[in-house]
Design a binder for this molecule. Structure first.
Ligand SMILES: Cc1ncc(COP(=O)(O)O)c(C=O)c1O
Length: 364
């Protein structure tokens, strides 16, 4: 059997190669290589797609989070409520601005932050809640916004994994006061390298992000504050403009593959499937099972690549040892880390039936 990779960017890029090459030619003939027309146009188009008034292209999803926090003035000694069950980038952004990540357990069914766990974590120094729409499934945003409003907290959505998703007709990444996304190549909207975006309806905040992404200078060689170099490349913006036009179509195709998995595995009692929610974008199709490592090894033997998102939760990473969490601190998160397995799912992927058959064969 021909191996099934976990991700193959070529299927997507082959399908739009003429358009990408055309955009590259346009980029080459343009005046600017950094912060030019392509970035400006993409910020406008992405903002319109999201129904966000303002957008600032940056270098990565991590930087988008860092710059969102900085623009809000969140820093030393402030606490930010964050999912225990997330990719480490969410925590890192908080730590890197000098604030403290305050983790809370997820809902075991959705694997997203559990709203009931947010309230007890709110303390005097809490400044913000940073929900993550993990694996592409939106969090319960109306509830989160109500809690935040009642306690005068900012909400910063980490929308890295859920671009294109909506809750009650409102896009994820537009609920929070300021929101961050990633264009890492495997994401729903992936660049040909790194990239990210900050969006908000607050013009001043986005102006501050635009200054902070460029050494803290809104005017050339005049720095009002200490900023980073975190500009979205013109070239990436040009490529992302092409891809944004296809995003809804690609998300619909992604859902079709997810449906195939959900249908083909629904009676395998050893497996817990992701929730079948019409708002899910299935950035990752994550199943759970007790014998995860054995199943992954079985699939690997048949040439089917899988991944684990994520095998070690942030609180058990060596990097966060100083926060003094131990195994058992967040048992739901730890149990997800020990049982989750992501199946291949990407644009142009047509071999879900083979993956289903291999999983069913393992449990027969
Ligand atoms: C939930 C989450 N937040 C933030 C990031 C950071 O994005 P990037 O890799 O573009 O820095 C990622 C992606 O890797 C992510 O999955």
């Amino acid at each position: 059997m021909k191996p099934i990779p976990f991700f193959d960017h070529r299927l997507m890029h082959d399908a739009i190669s003429d358009e990408l090459k055309g955009a590259f030619a346009e980029f080459l003939s343009g005046d600017m290589l950094i912060l030019g027309d392509q970035v400006t146009a993409f910020e406008k188009e992405f903002g319109a797609y999201q129904s966000s008034a303002y957008a600032a292209g940056v270098n990565s999803g991590l930087d988008a989070l860092i710059l969102s926090l900085k623009a809000l003035g969140i820093g030393a000694g402030d606490e930010v409520i964050v999912p225990a069950n997330t990719y480490i980038a969410t925590w890192n952004a908080i730590h890197l601005v000098g604030a403290i990540p305050v983790p809370v357990e997820p809902d075991v069914t959705t694997m997203n932050i559990h709203i009931d766990n947010i309230l007890p974590a709110i303390k005097k120094r809490t400044k913000a809640i940073m929900p993550v729409h993990l694996y592409g499934l939106p969090c319960q945003m109306s509830h989160i916004m109500n809690v935040a409003d009642a306690h005068d907290l900012y909400v910063i959505e980490d929308n890295a994994q859920a671009v294109g998703a909506s809750v009650n007709g409102k896009k994820t990444g537009t609920w929070g006061y300021i929101n961050a996304t990633s264009f890492y190549p495997t994401k729903n909207l992936g660049a040909l390298g790194d990239g990210g975006m900050v969006t908000s309806d607050d013009a001043d905040l986005i102006a501050r992000v635009k200054s902070l992404r460029n050494y803290g200078s809104a005017k050339r060689y005049v720095s009002k504050e200490i900023g980073l170099n975190s500009r979205l490349d013109e070239l990436q913006a040009a490529m992302l403009r092409i891809k944004l036009r296809k995003l809804d179509l690609w998300l619909a195709e992604r859902k079709q593959v997810a449906k195939q998995y959900l249908e083909g595995l629904k009676d395998v009692s050893e497996i817990t499937l992701p929730v079948d929610d019409p708002n899910h974008t299935y950035h990752l199709f994550v199943i759970r099972c007790d014998d995860r490592d054995a199943l992954a090894a079985h699939l690997d033997k048949q040439g089917i690549s899988t991944l684990v998102h994520y095998p070690i939760p942030p609180h058990l990473q060596e990097a966060y040892r100083f926060l003094k969490y131990a195994p058992g601190s967040f048992p739901i998160t730890e149990s997800i880390a020990n049982t989750c397995l992501s199946l291949p799912l990407y644009y142009g992927f047509k071999r879900a039936d083979e993956v289903i058959e291999a999983i069913r064969g393992y449990y027969k």
